[in-house]
Design a protein around this ligand. Structure first.
Ligand code: SF4
Length: 178
């Protein structure tokens, strides 16, 4: 049986969802019998190629995020929004209560901890969007894996179901957080 090819990336996220994925520990070795990785921090491959599953962590906060997300959608048969930031904007979307100008001025000009206030304007920097968006605002998403971060068991449940050709579903215990 050929292996399922998986790609992963973090947009406006903290890599906590990736760290939780790695917390599968030895179960990750089991999983590797059935899957291989394309673009991912795990492989350092920079361009996503044709894949069965794309796991996206993080919200969409800048033009580069939009580009990467659209590339994933084009290349991945199944796209999964992983974690609160991808699903509803999460922590990065807290800036949506303020205008972009207010955020930038507070961060780079008026923060009392700044040594040399300076607004960054390097053309290499990706342009920020006015608001942080969940990924389903930009592309169609096939499945949502909630949590901040989702537990390793939740990753295993979803990937295991897809590997077996079943519709993924999470038991209550894996989507109950208090
Ligand atoms: Fe980090 Fe939580 Fe967002 Fe995942 S959902 S990227 S762990 S803040």
């Amino acid at each position: 049986m050929s292996k399922l090819r998986i790609a992963t990336t973090s947009l406006a996220g903290c890599f906590g969802c990736h760290m939780s994925f790695l917390d599968m520990d030895e179960q990750l070795l089991e999983l590797l019998k059935d899957v291989e990785f394309n673009r991912s921090p795990l492989t350092d491959i920079k361009q996503v190629g044709p894949c069965d599953i794309g796991l996206i962590e993080g919200g969409v906060c800048n033009a580069d995020n939009v580009h990467v997300l659209r590339e994933f959608r084009k290349q991945c048969r199944i796209l999964i929004a992983v974690g609160a930031c991808a699903i509803n904007g999460g922590v990065p979307a807290m800036r949506n209560h303020y205008t972009l100008t207010e955020c930038l001025e507070e961060s780079y000009l008026y923060n009392p901890g700044l040594d040399q206030p300076l607004m960054p304007n390097d053309p290499e920097l990706p342009l920020l969007l006015d608001k942080v968006h969940p990924i389903h605002d930009i592309v169609q998403v096939d499945y949502f894996l909630p949590g901040c971060p989702p537990t390793p068991e939740a990753f295993l449940q979803v990937l295991g179901a897809i590997l077996q050709g079943r519709e993924p579903s999470l038991p209550q215990a894996l989507i109950h957080y208090d």
